[in-house]
Design a protein. Structure first.
Length: 134
């Protein structure tokens, strides 16, 4: 049974995350998912360590005022990932955070944005694929 960390911090990413969980579970029902998400991902079978509602902020002032909380939640998610040792981490709609994940918790990381997917495998090699083909 493989463990997969999946992280989506906003509504569109959570929708994609739920669809991805459902599609992967159709291929392998033994997969376990945990991470950051909301109601849709929980309904698809993800054990949420961080609720996406706690990450949802808009505007620079709100971001700055919530930064300590968001950073704490990110560190909590990383600690859980280190404890569970997932084989794969999937980061959805977060182009800038891939560097924070690389080398921290999983042997492979996929970054899924609405138009492309970046994959970082061992040694930090990158590959790119269009999400319509996933």
């Amino acid at each position: 049974m493989a463990k997969i960390l999946i992280s989506a911090g906003e509504a569109s990413g959570e929708m994609y995350g739920a669809q991805l969980i459902e599609a992967l579970r159709r291929r392998d029902s033994t997969l376990e998912f945990f991470g950051a998400g909301g109601d849709r991902m929980r309904a698809a079978g993800c054990k949420t360590v961080v609720d996406a509602k706690d990450l949802s902020v808009v505007g620079i002032t709100e971001i700055i005022s919530h930064l300590p909380k968001i950073w704490g939640l990110f560190n909590h998610l990383i600690a859980e990932a280190n404890a569970q040792s997932p084989e794969l981490a999937i980061v959805i709609d977060s182009r800038r955070s891939i560097g924070a994940w690389r080398g921290r918790c999983a042997s492979a990381i996929f970054q899924w944005c609405t138009t492309y997917v970046l994959s970082f495998g061992p040694g930090g090699r990158a590959a790119c694929a269009c999400s319509e083909n996933m």
